[in-house]
Design a protein around this ligand. Sequence first.
Ligand code: HEC
Length: 116
Amino acid sequence: MERLMKRLPLLMLLAAVILTAAQRDPYRNDCVRCHRKLPVTLDKFFFNYLLKYSSEREVKAALYSFLRHPTKKKALASEELIRQYGLMPPSRLSDTDLRRAIDTYWETYKVFGKIK
Ligand code: HEC
Protein backbone atom coordinates (compact mmCIF):
# COMPACT_ATOMS: atom_id res chain seq x y z
CA MET A 1 0.00 0.00 0.00
CA GLU A 2 2.75 2.40 0.95
CA ARG A 3 4.55 1.66 -2.28
CA LEU A 4 1.39 2.33 -4.18
CA MET A 5 0.95 5.67 -2.43
CA LYS A 6 4.45 6.62 -3.44
CA ARG A 7 3.70 5.80 -7.02
CA LEU A 8 0.33 7.51 -7.04
CA PRO A 9 1.56 10.90 -8.25
CA LEU A 10 3.37 9.20 -11.10
CA LEU A 11 0.29 7.17 -12.03
CA MET A 12 -1.87 10.28 -11.94
CA LEU A 13 0.58 12.11 -14.13
CA LEU A 14 0.54 9.25 -16.59
CA ALA A 15 -3.26 9.20 -16.66
CA ALA A 16 -3.31 12.95 -17.23
CA VAL A 17 -0.88 12.67 -20.11
CA ILE A 18 -2.95 9.95 -21.74
CA LEU A 19 -6.18 11.90 -21.28
CA THR A 20 -4.72 15.08 -22.73
CA ALA A 21 -3.40 13.19 -25.70
CA ALA A 22 -6.85 11.77 -26.35
CA GLN A 23 -8.45 15.20 -26.08
CA ARG A 24 -5.92 16.70 -28.42
CA ASP A 25 -7.46 15.19 -31.47
CA PRO A 26 -8.24 18.41 -33.30
CA TYR A 27 -9.75 16.62 -36.28
CA ARG A 28 -12.49 14.96 -34.23
CA ASN A 29 -12.93 17.72 -31.66
CA ASP A 30 -13.07 20.53 -34.16
CA CYS A 31 -13.70 19.47 -37.76
CA VAL A 32 -15.98 16.50 -37.20
CA ARG A 33 -17.89 18.16 -34.38
CA CYS A 34 -18.98 21.07 -36.55
CA HIS A 35 -19.32 19.12 -39.79
CA ARG A 36 -21.78 16.69 -38.22
CA LYS A 37 -24.40 19.42 -38.59
CA LEU A 38 -23.88 19.79 -42.33
CA PRO A 39 -25.68 17.82 -45.04
CA VAL A 40 -22.45 17.42 -47.01
CA THR A 41 -20.05 14.99 -45.35
CA LEU A 42 -16.34 15.59 -44.86
CA ASP A 43 -15.49 12.69 -47.16
CA LYS A 44 -17.37 14.35 -50.04
CA PHE A 45 -15.34 17.54 -49.53
CA PHE A 46 -12.16 15.51 -49.35
CA PHE A 47 -12.79 13.87 -52.70
CA ASN A 48 -13.39 17.28 -54.30
CA TYR A 49 -9.95 18.33 -53.11
CA LEU A 50 -8.38 15.07 -54.17
CA LEU A 51 -9.87 15.36 -57.67
CA LYS A 52 -8.74 18.93 -58.09
CA TYR A 53 -5.32 18.83 -56.43
CA SER A 54 -4.27 15.15 -56.73
CA SER A 55 -1.03 14.96 -54.76
CA GLU A 56 -0.76 14.77 -50.99
CA ARG A 57 1.30 17.94 -50.87
CA GLU A 58 -1.07 19.98 -52.97
CA VAL A 59 -4.21 18.70 -51.30
CA LYS A 60 -2.80 19.57 -47.88
CA ALA A 61 -1.59 22.99 -49.05
CA ALA A 62 -4.97 23.83 -50.58
CA LEU A 63 -6.79 22.66 -47.46
CA TYR A 64 -4.50 24.69 -45.23
CA SER A 65 -5.00 27.80 -47.31
CA PHE A 66 -8.78 27.40 -47.32
CA LEU A 67 -9.10 26.56 -43.64
CA ARG A 68 -7.00 29.55 -42.61
CA HIS A 69 -8.63 32.03 -44.96
CA PRO A 70 -11.80 30.65 -46.50
CA THR A 71 -13.01 32.68 -49.49
CA LYS A 72 -15.79 32.03 -51.97
CA LYS A 73 -13.24 32.07 -54.74
CA LYS A 74 -11.23 29.21 -53.20
CA ALA A 75 -14.26 27.22 -52.07
CA LEU A 76 -15.08 24.04 -53.95
CA ALA A 77 -18.44 23.63 -52.23
CA SER A 78 -21.51 24.51 -54.28
CA GLU A 79 -22.87 28.07 -54.14
CA GLU A 80 -26.11 26.58 -52.93
CA LEU A 81 -24.48 25.05 -49.88
CA ILE A 82 -22.53 28.21 -49.10
CA ARG A 83 -25.67 30.31 -49.44
CA GLN A 84 -27.44 28.05 -46.99
CA TYR A 85 -24.70 27.44 -44.43
CA GLY A 86 -22.36 30.34 -45.04
CA LEU A 87 -18.69 30.09 -45.81
CA MET A 88 -16.72 28.04 -43.35
CA PRO A 89 -15.39 30.27 -40.55
CA PRO A 90 -11.56 30.62 -40.55
CA SER A 91 -10.12 27.89 -38.36
CA ARG A 92 -9.30 28.92 -34.81
CA LEU A 93 -6.91 26.02 -34.32
CA SER A 94 -3.25 26.72 -33.67
CA ASP A 95 -0.88 26.05 -36.51
CA THR A 96 0.23 22.72 -35.01
CA ASP A 97 -3.33 21.57 -34.40
CA LEU A 98 -4.54 22.65 -37.82
CA ARG A 99 -1.74 20.75 -39.51
CA ARG A 100 -2.44 17.76 -37.31
CA ALA A 101 -6.14 17.91 -38.19
CA ILE A 102 -5.31 18.04 -41.90
CA ASP A 103 -2.98 15.05 -41.50
CA THR A 104 -5.73 13.05 -39.79
CA TYR A 105 -8.21 14.15 -42.46
CA TRP A 106 -5.79 12.96 -45.13
CA GLU A 107 -5.09 9.66 -43.39
CA THR A 108 -8.82 9.04 -42.91
CA TYR A 109 -9.85 9.48 -46.53
CA LYS A 110 -6.83 9.05 -48.77
CA VAL A 111 -7.50 6.33 -51.27
CA PHE A 112 -3.91 5.47 -52.08
CA GLY A 113 -2.87 2.20 -50.57
CA LYS A 114 -6.50 1.26 -50.09
CA ILE A 115 -7.20 0.34 -53.70
CA LYS A 116 -5.66 -3.03 -54.33
C1 HEC B 1 -17.66 25.94 -37.04
C2 HEC B 1 -17.93 24.97 -38.07
C3 HEC B 1 -16.82 24.33 -38.85
C4 HEC B 1 -15.61 23.85 -38.39
C5 HEC B 1 -15.05 23.91 -36.98
C6 HEC B 1 -14.95 23.27 -39.53
N1 HEC B 1 -15.72 23.40 -40.65
FE1 HEC B 1 -15.24 22.81 -42.52
N2 HEC B 1 -16.92 23.70 -43.26
C7 HEC B 1 -17.93 24.28 -42.52
C8 HEC B 1 -18.98 24.76 -43.41
C9 HEC B 1 -20.28 25.48 -42.99
C10 HEC B 1 -18.57 24.43 -44.73
C11 HEC B 1 -19.35 24.64 -46.04
C12 HEC B 1 -19.15 25.98 -46.68
C13 HEC B 1 -17.81 26.12 -47.34
O1 HEC B 1 -17.40 25.29 -48.18
O2 HEC B 1 -17.13 27.09 -47.00
C14 HEC B 1 -17.27 23.79 -44.59
C15 HEC B 1 -16.51 23.34 -45.65
C16 HEC B 1 -15.35 22.58 -45.55
C17 HEC B 1 -14.61 22.06 -46.68
C18 HEC B 1 -14.94 22.33 -48.15
C19 HEC B 1 -14.31 23.68 -48.50
C20 HEC B 1 -14.62 24.17 -49.88
O3 HEC B 1 -13.70 24.13 -50.73
O4 HEC B 1 -15.75 24.62 -50.13
C21 HEC B 1 -13.58 21.31 -46.18
C22 HEC B 1 -12.53 20.56 -46.96
C23 HEC B 1 -13.65 21.41 -44.74
N3 HEC B 1 -14.74 22.19 -44.38
C24 HEC B 1 -12.79 20.79 -43.87
C25 HEC B 1 -12.70 21.10 -42.51
C26 HEC B 1 -11.63 20.65 -41.65
C27 HEC B 1 -10.49 19.74 -42.07
C28 HEC B 1 -11.87 21.20 -40.43
C29 HEC B 1 -11.02 21.10 -39.19
C30 HEC B 1 -9.69 21.65 -39.26
C31 HEC B 1 -13.11 21.96 -40.52
N4 HEC B 1 -13.59 21.88 -41.80
C32 HEC B 1 -13.70 22.65 -39.47
C33 HEC B 1 -17.94 24.38 -41.14
C34 HEC B 1 -16.88 24.05 -40.29
